[in-house]
Design a protein around this ligand. Structure first.
Ligand SMILES: [Fe+2]
Ligand SMILES: [Fe+2]
Length: 283
């Protein structure tokens, strides 16, 4: 059981980072059914399965097969380690994105406990708890990346993660406690976070490889693998049970729009203002 689910969590990848995954995570992911493996191109939880069907298929510049080839530079004898001065435009951008994701990871550390507490099912609570522990390691890894560049670890406010986090909080207040609808919605909210991270880490890994910053590339790739595995795990949780059970809740629970009503009212007022502004011109 343990063996099959570990391979399920790491479908299509055999990177060193994956084999270094903590045993706790392997245990926690135990019991996840493998029946959906590679059977569908899209996940009900909002993201693609990293199944066998995807082997070798590129995902932007984060193709796992490309990555595992390129990031094992040390194994393949590419020993030249580039230097990082932080002077070129690309180096400055790389550093800027590192600061962005460093800020984002810390914001996620604040959000995950709230999402864990709000979740209905133990399965989703466990997934959030596991990812909280992973996220703590992501922060530490980023600090090591800054260190390899000879730079101080510091964050730069990331508006994207602020917005995604606000959306997750809205979901908690808009859904009924104890419902599966809440879990289905929380999974999508969490996957929006994962996809943001995947995009950022995927791009950073490739930039690090281009600049021959192999130590940084390896560290960033380890985190990227964990983000992708988390995304796949959330998809499975959604597909295996939660979405279906949420559907069966029907209209038993009402979707509480009150929490974000302020924003909606605000939007309405704006529209009214627009109408007022336009009216003199149309008179
Ligand atoms: Fe992370
Ligand atoms: Fe994450």
């Amino acid at each position: 059981m343990k063996q099959s689910t570990t391979s399920n969590a790491t479908r299509g990848r055999k990177s060193a980072a994956t084999s270094n995954s903590p045993s706790k995570n392997q245990h926690k992911t135990g019991g996840r059914p493998t029946s959906t493996s590679g059977s569908r191109p899209t996940g009900a939880g909002g993201s693609r399965q990293t199944g066998a069907g995807e082997k070798g298929s590129p995902r932007g510049n984060t193709s796992s097969s490309d990555r595992s080839r390129k990031t094992s530079a040390a194994e393949k004898g590419a020993s030249h380690q580039g230097s990082f001065e932080g002077e070129s435009h690309l180096e400055k951008f790389f550093l800027d994105q590192l600061q962005d994701i460093y800020y984002a990871e810390q914001k996620i550390l604040q959000s995950l406990p709230k999402m864990q507490e709000a979740a209905t099912t133990e399965e989703l609570k466990d997934a959030f708890e596991d990812h909280l522990h992973q996220t703590q390691r992501h922060v530490k890894r980023l600090e090591k990346v800054f260190e390899t560049l000879g730079k101080r670890a510091e964050g730069k406010k990331c508006e994207a993660i602020e917005g995604i986090s606000r959306e997750a909080e809205s979901i908690i207040s808009e859904t009924e406690e104890g419902t599966l609808t809440r879990d289905a919605a929380l999974i999508i909210a969490a996957q929006k976070v994962e996809h943001y991270e995947i995009a950022t880490y995927g791009g950073l890994v490739q930039l690090a490889i281009t600049m021959q910053l192999h130590d940084a590339a390896d560290l960033l790739d380890k985190t990227l693998v964990e983000e992708e595995d988390t995304d796949a795990r959330l998809t499975e949780i959604a597909e295996n049970e939660i979405n279906l059970r949420a559907e069966h809740e029907g209209n038993q629970y009402s979707w509480n729009q009150g929490a974000s009503g302020e924003e909606r009212e605000g939007a309405g007022e704006e529209e009214e203002e627009d109408v007022d502004e336009e009216s003199p011109a149309t008179r």
